[in-house]
Write a protein that binds this ligand. Structure first.
Ligand code: LMR
Length: 397
């Protein structure tokens, strides 16, 4: 039977990660996959997560099944993290969340539920977006329609073109938005732009599907949640996929959640049951470990304070690497302006280099960057910044 299968290429981001691991050069630099690295180039387990793991060793009394929706305390605490403890949506009965295997698992469960609710709905996706959004959400049956998001020349959101396109979205379609720290551009919607999109959603009747995978890595936990919180206030329906991969450093633990806001409490119960039925059909139950850690951290005053302090360190380190890189490579033979890197948010920005330059960086200098020229600023550190800047300047000659 398998003779009919054609070879399939490796995912571009994960393929680059594998190629980097095989490179034996001591000077190699990984600016590819979106994983945080500290100033020594390591991706350590956060100290607050380590402490929660130690507590869990003592507290955990069973490995029995948890249930399709995962850990109820985790679900509750994630809602408070996303919306802030006092948000009125939390007591409305119109909101339900279930734990999911990472942000990707959450996105897929959400997509499958939406497909069940409205089989013909199209998904409008900003260009560019995280490349895996297309197979992940398209694979659930969505027809994908693109809307312009980022202007490669101005390094800004193409606001007019984006709003013009969103004005064409028919009632009932879904619009994918990045909650914060846009992947791959780092160009985030301003609060005013969020408000304008909410106005349009109300006017046109489309429903935002927000992917929020970097809360806390942009401007702060509350600041990064502006769009999610405001839309929950104003819109009758909303779907939010969230992840603890980046802000808790729990990548391999696959810790995420899918949240639905519905028009009525009755609908919320039905949607949650549908989401659990989708999950049962695909993977039955989400993995427990990461969610139990998050729940312990968010539920304990001291652990939470420690985690927030670590997250602040992550955020400020990335911000300082943004400034350092932009300043170092601003003077270049090609006359390219890199100042946008300083203003953008989260892990990523585009360098704007072409394929030949990116190939040269990888082959000659051992610097790994995905083909869109998206760089993970967290891969930069005080030991590699000079070598990196010199290498970029040299391929720009
Ligand atoms: C990224 O964009 O690099 C991360 O979200 C990791 C991934 O799965 O692609």
């Amino acid at each position: 039977m398998f003779e009919s299968l054609k070879p399939v290429g490796m995912d571009p981001i994960l393929g680059l990660m594998a190629a980097f691991r095989e490179d034996i050069r001591a000077t190699k630099i990984d600016l590819g996959v979106g994983v945080y690295q500290d100033d020594r180039g390591r991706t350590p387990v956060m100290a607050s997560v380590k402490e929660a793991e130690a507590q869990l060793m003592e507290l955990e009394t069973t490995k029995s099944y948890q249930g399709i929706a995962g850990d109820p305390e985790y679900n509750q605490r994630i809602l408070q993290l996303l919306f802030g403890a006092g948000h009125s949506i939390l007591d409305s009965g119109r909101i339900k969340t279930i734990q999911a295997p990472g942000g990707s698992g959450a996105l897929r469960v959400g997509a499958e539920v939406i497909q069940r609710a409205r089989p013909g709905a199209k998904l409008w996706v900003g260009v560019p977006t995280w490349p895996n959004h297309i197979p992940l959400l398209g694979g659930a049956g969505f027809e994908i329609v693109e809307y312009p998001y980022y202007n490669l020349n101005s390094h800004q959101i193409d606001t007019d073109a984006m709003m013009d396109a969103l004005r064409q979205v028919p009632a009932g379609d879904m619009v994918l938005l990045h909650g914060c720290c846009h992947n791959p551009t780092g160009a985030d919607l301003s609060n005013q732009q969020w408000d304008q999109i909410a106005d349009l959603a109300l006017e046109r009747g489309f429903i935002p599907y927000i992917d929020t995978a970097y809360q806390g890595l942009g401007d702060g936990l509350d600041e990064d949640a502006y769009g999610v919180r405001m839309m929950a206030d104003r819109l009758p329906e909303l779907v939010i996929a969230s992840s603890c991969s980046k802000n808790f450093g729990l990548y391999r633990e696959r810790t995420g959640s899918i949240t639905f806001i519905t028009e009525t409490p009755e609908q919320a119960d039905i949607v949650a049951a549908q989401a659990m039925s989708v999950a049962r059909q695909i993977y039955s139950m989400p993995p427990a470990h990461g969610a139990l850690l998050v729940s312990l951290i968010l539920g304990d005053k001291q652990l939470r304070a420690n985690w927030e302090a670590e997250l602040t360190e992550v955020r400020t380190r990335i911000q300082s690497m943004r400034s350092l890189l932009a300043d170092n490579i601003q003077q270049n033979a090609a006359g390219i302006d890199f100042s946008h890197i300083k203003q953008q948010k989260g892990m990523f920005s585009f360098l704007g280099l072409n394929t030949a330059q990116l190939d040269q960086l990888r082959d000659e200098f051992g610097i790994y960057i995905v083909s869109s020229s998206r760089v993970n600023l967290a891969g930069i550190n005080s030991s590699n910044i000079d070598y990196l800047s010199d290498s970029i300047i040299s391929v720009l000659k």
